[in-house]
Design a protein around this ligand. Structure first.
Ligand SMILES: N[C@@H](CCC(=O)N[C@@H](CS)C(=O)NCC(=O)O)C(=O)O
Length: 209
């Protein structure tokens, strides 16, 4: 009943890895070093032609890509782990709304930050692409703070939305920038990291966690 996670340290695969740790499910981790562009190797493109991490393979052999789809599927696979409000729950709509808002809007900013040259034909334009992307990501994080007031959780209890926010808000500048710019998100991340199963996964990804 092993789940296979194609990911890399510090990448979005941390979210599903931590969810599966919370659920107590066995995982096999296959890391593809983003640093050396391994996500673009033909063998990995055969799994996810988008050339992006994460990709998840269920114990039944189904392939899932796109972080939000992975989150929803894992949450539905382990209802007893209470990783998301189930269908019919009064907070289900809010959960889906913000999970998708963040994945659909912040992730493209992260791509622009990490790979600015893909998003301009101007050989001198990379820095402007990066700064615009960070501004746009910041606008979304402020929206998350104002609308979700994540204290201690985004919803009335812990959910995978908290994991998504804690993982993605430390990108584009690291936890130091988050602490300075969005102390509310930094405090929220500390609550997420206080969960032992999650702390263990973060420690694998980030030496200092
Ligand atoms: N829409 C995708 C975005 C995934 C994504 O951009 N992942 C990053 C790692 S966190 C990646 O694989 N970047 C490599 C690249 O774009 O070449 C999702 O939500 O899963």
């Amino acid at each position: 009943m092993t789940w296979i996670i194609h990911g890399d340290r510090g990448s979005g695969s941390l979210i599903v890895e931590a969810m599966l740790a919370e659920a107590g499910a066995p995982v096999q981790l296959i890391d593809h070093a983003l640093e050396s562009n391994a996500q673009r190797d033909p063998a990995y493109l055969a799994i996810n032609p988008m050339g992006q991490l994460p990709a998840l393979i269920t114990p039944g052999g189904q392939l899932i890509t796109e972080s939000a789809a992975c989150v929803i599927h894992v949450a539905e696979s382990f209802p007893e782990a209470r990783l998301a409000p189930p269908p019919g729950h009064e907070e289900r709509a809010k959960f889906l709304r913000w999970l998708i808002t963040i994945a659909a809007n912040v992730y493209p900013c992260v791509s622009r930050w990490d790979y600015p040259e893909r998003f301009t034909t101007d050989p001198t334009g990379a820095e402007a692409v990066k700064q615009a992307a960070r501004q746009e990501a910041d606008r979304h994080w402020q929206m998350v703070i104002d609308q979700l007031r994540p204290d201690p959780w985004c919803l009335s209890g812990f959910s995978a939305l908290d994991l998504q926010v804690a993982v993605m808000s430390r990108w584009m500048g690291g936890p130091e920038r988050r602490r300075e710019k969005f102390p509310a998100l930094d405090l929220h991340a500390a609550h997420v990291l206080a969960r032992p199963a999650i702390a263990e996964v973060f420690a694998r990804h980030y030496a200092e966690a």
